[in-house]
Design a protein around this ligand. Structure first.
Ligand SMILES: C[S@@+](CC[C@H](N)C(=O)[O-])C[C@H]1O[C@@H](n2cnc3c(N)ncnc32)[C@H](O)[C@@H]1O
Length: 268
């Protein structure tokens, strides 16, 4: 029986490190023209997929990941760092840290993907995180926060998606289940979970999230309050069927999409 690790299933279901690194490079070229932003900190890095792709994408790039949980950190070192060349390996590391308490060393870019900062539910906590991040970014650098929202993110619902992968040379299929358990309109607290179905086996609650669904204007205001000089929003464009294209453009106004993803940027 195939018994894949839950981090393997998670990565194959929700992460696209090549596309994410291209997007970071696009935003950096747009907001810091004529400069090459090279050093990246990946907050909430989990298995460090973005860090690994960042150092692969250019020989001058460096990356440092922070995560609280030693288990995904160890998984990333074992399965991803080990596949890098010796030169790439020297330019990446990942350590166990609470992102709210670090302000050193400084980087050109901080990236926080997959809505992970929604873990900070109180305004004062999020402001503290943003201030620490601001202090950790070099002059002219960027803080890129991935956000999601829309009415589709507050409905209680489950969504199933088949995922096809090759594992140890064999073609495999599993089901990824995104479960929206609850939303509180007073606090904006949301509870989400990810389940996997693998060969008739159910991995219920493989990942569970207890978050606050922040809004873009709240986050923009907090970034300015934390000392960023300006903000920018990159909005995912839609195709004719209303599906996300994976392409982003800088926008001042969004569409009232059922579910949307945006990259909100604090500019130092
Ligand atoms: C949604 S996962 C993100 C995984 C991956 N980076 C991605 O983009 O899909 C959130 C991660 O944040 C980590 N985390 C939660 N609170 C944290 C904190 N205060 N400091 C650092 N990491 C934290 C968790 O351990 C978990 O690995």
């Amino acid at each position: 029986m195939w018994k894949p690790n839950k981090y393997f299933l998670y990565e194959k279901s929700v992460q696209s490190p090549e596309a994410h690194v291209e997007l970071v490079a696009q935003i950096a070229a747009d907001l810091a023209p004529g400069r090459h932003l090279k050093s990246l900190r990946e907050d909430f890095c989990g298995t460090s997929l973005i860090s690994c792709q960042w150092v692969r994408s250019h020989p001058a790039h460096t990356a440092l990941g922070f995560d609280l949980d030693p288990v995904p950190l160890a998984y990333g070192r074992r399965h991803h760092f080990s596949k890098l060349s010796a030169g790439e390996r020297r330019r990446v590391s990942a350590v166990r840290r609470d992102v709210i308490s670090v302000s050193k060393p400084r980087h050109d870019l901080i990236v926080a993907a997959n809505f992970s900062f929604y873990i900070f539910k109180q305004r004062a906590l999020l402001l503290k995180y943003f201030k620490k991040a601001r202090a950790s970014i070099n002059s002219g650098g960027l803080f890129i926060l991935e956000m999601a929202g829309g009415s589709g993110m507050i409905q209680t619902m489950r969504e199933w998606k088949p995922v096809y992968v090759t594992s140890a040379g064999k073609k495999r299929r599993f089901t990824y289940v995104w479960d929206q358990l609850s939303f509180d309109p007073i606090t904006h607290d949301v509870k989400y979970a990810i389940h996997f179905h693998v060969d008739g086996r159910r991995m219920e609650g493989a990942f569970e999230y207890d978050w606050r669904l922040w809004t873009i204007p709240e986050v923009k205001d907090l970034l300015l309050e934390a000392g960023f000089s300006d903000t920018a929003v990159y909005w995912e464009t839609e195709d004719e069927n209303g599906e996300g294209t994976g392409e982003y453009e800088r926008r001042e106004n969004g569409d009232n999409a059922v579910s949307w993803i945006a990259q909100v940027v604090g500019i130092v």
